[in-house]
Design a protein around this ligand. Structure first.
Ligand SMILES: Nc1ncnc2c1ncn2[C@@H]1O[C@H](COP(=O)(O)OP(=O)(O)OP(=O)(O)O)[C@@H](O)[C@H]1O
Ligand SMILES: [Mg+2]
Length: 266
């Protein structure tokens, strides 16, 4: 029997950290989610996590996304990358303790962007780890950039790029809200959740959504859906689920129907 096509799971920084704080990891959520990943036993799974209150505030403080402009940003670049490895370490610790053969792959060591877009991605190790049955784990990171010197690469761009490049079966995006809404549900209590969207409906919504407030350097929900469009265009369905609710990520991984937003090309 042939291998199943890969599944790409994004674990939002909004789930595993408190984005209103700084360096505020939610260790219970990390433990619960990694147990769900272990229990789901999905073959050919790639996990990518976001920066939450680790990567975003430091990257913002030193304006890492805008590129290299002054010497003092270098310590900021190092700090952004370092705090991401700390958050990644917490997730890796939990995965390995749950018996998952997870291996961390550092984006800043294998990816170079050009004006913020992935240009060079040495993905041979990722593919080989996957083929051997390991669970590769990557994350949003501070990376070198051919034009800007350095920048921030979002976990969301990484998800879309890997899913499209490996012709993934599906993308599951775990966030801290119930799905995609017609407005930010935290700011607008009357916002409506959208259970199903086609690509053209998504593009219409994209033009209506506002840029996020300050705690997400990679564009929040609007940045996320903008990044996902190329993967959806390739026919890869995207499921947005609330990863703070127990078992939703598990059920999504198992292919069960869960509340949330499903985005399909047609
Ligand atoms: N139209 C919308 N539908 C759903 N959520 C929205 C919408 N607009 C804004 N949001 C906000 O987007 C947030 C999720 O995006 P955000 O980038 O903050 O999280 P994340 O991607 O999980 O974190 P990280 O970037 O650290 O991985 C939600 O907490 C929600 O408040
Ligand atoms: Mg984000």
């Amino acid at each position: 029997m042939s291998e199943p096509k890969p599944t790409v799971l994004k674990i939002g920084g909004s789930i595993i950290t408190d984005k209103t704080g700084e360096l505020a990891a939610r260790t219970r959520e990390i433990d619960r989610l990694t147990e769900e990943i272990q229990r789901a036993k999905v073959q050919n799974l790639i996990v990518i996590h976001g920066g939450g209150s680790f990567g975003h505030p430091v990257a913002q403080k030193y304006r890492i996304k805008e590129g290299f402009k002054e010497e003092r940003q270098k310590i900021g670049f190092a700090e952004t990358h370092h705090v991401m490895t700390v958050l990644n370490g917490l997730l890796m610790d939990a995965l390995v303790w749950h018996g998952v053969p997870a291996v961390s792959i550092t984006p800043s060591s294998c990816i170079i962007t050009k004006n913020g877009r992935i240009q060079n991605f040495e993905d041979e190790s990722l593919k080989r780890f996957l083929k051997m049955g390991f669970l590769p784990v990557m994350y949003g990171d501070a990376v070198l950039d051919a034009e800007l010197g350095f920048t921030v690469l979002s976990g969301d761009q990484l998800v879309s790029c890997i899913a499209a490049g490996l012709n993934a079966e599906r993308i599951i995006m775990g966030v801290d809200v119930d799905g995609l809404y017609n407005d930010d549900p935290k700011a607008n209590k009357t916002a409506k959740m959208l259970p199903h969207l086609t690509l053209s409906e998504l593009k219409t919504l994209q033009s209506k959504l506002d840029a996020p407030s300050s705690n997400d350097v990679t564009g929040g929900m609007l940045g996320k859906i903008t990044e996902l469009i190329p993967a959806i265009e390739k026919g890869i369905p995207v499921q947005i689920v609330n990863g703070t609710k127990p078992d939703l990520v598990y059920k999504a991984l198992r292919g069960e129907k869960v509340e949330g937003t499903l985005i399909e090309k047609e």
